[in-house]
Design a protein around this ligand. Sequence first.
Ligand code: TRP
Length: 301
Amino acid sequence: MNTSSSTRTRILTGDRPTGRLHVGHYFGSLENRVRLQNEGAEVYVVIADYQVLTDRDVAADLPGHVEELMLDYLAVGIDPERSVIFTHSAVPALNQLLLPFLSLVSVAELQRNPTVKDEIRHSSQAAVSGLMFTYPVHQAADILFCKADLVPVGRDQLPHLEVTRTVARRFNDRYTRPGAPVFPEPEALLSAAPLLLGTDGGKMSKSRGNAVQLATDADETARLIRGAKTDMERHITYEPERRPEVSSLVLLAALCQECDPAVLAEEIGGGGAARLKQVVTESVNERFAPVRARRACDYPA
Ligand code: TRP
């Protein structure tokens, strides 16, 4: 990769400060960020402390969550000497872009966003906030204000990347001279890993209690995996379409071990769900031991 300042790839990505990060975040995005940083890309990470208000009635302990997230980032290897970690609330100019950007999208487009629809379905709020529909445009501001080229994200964020590209294109068409676009149209960078499911077979989520956190301990990991949903078939196979829960567990272990999930499933085979869960627990605990050790140490204030 060319590392001269004008042509360095600029990465922007981030997370909502809702609690601790989990293994899905790690294999879906964090691992990519650290790799790109280490390869010399310019990495910006936003702690989305305004976006997080989307589906919350109270901003309970927001500063605490921001700090937890920051510690998780440091523990997985995002290096503040080389990368920029910031919050929405610390960069007023970013938020200011929301207004002109909102003028570039229709209400129908906002309502069609599949990730927003899914979040509304799972929301426990009595009423859906306006922010729920507009936060993808705010996310476009996250990405465009620093003119990022590349956005490492999980698959659920692809609709937001589409919004971002649309906003960039329409802004350039409407407000800039031909041939002199202000905003690049950023690309999503998906990890090679397919989406991991939560231990209940649903979407893995910090707020649904179905996720193995990066910074949890070995016993808690074992407890969570022991309770994971499997199915009635004894023999373990890797068939993501037909057996999503079992396959997601196999995949998690394979990602931790950096091996092929189909081969790992064959090895477990007749050992059944009990053996599968044992392998997953050991693999997760081994893979994340260094991260957990770093996370547990006290950083100087
Ligand atoms: N929407 C992302 C999530 O829920 C978090 C996020 C905020 C983000 N701003 C971003 C991701 C910009 C990528 C780019 O996890």
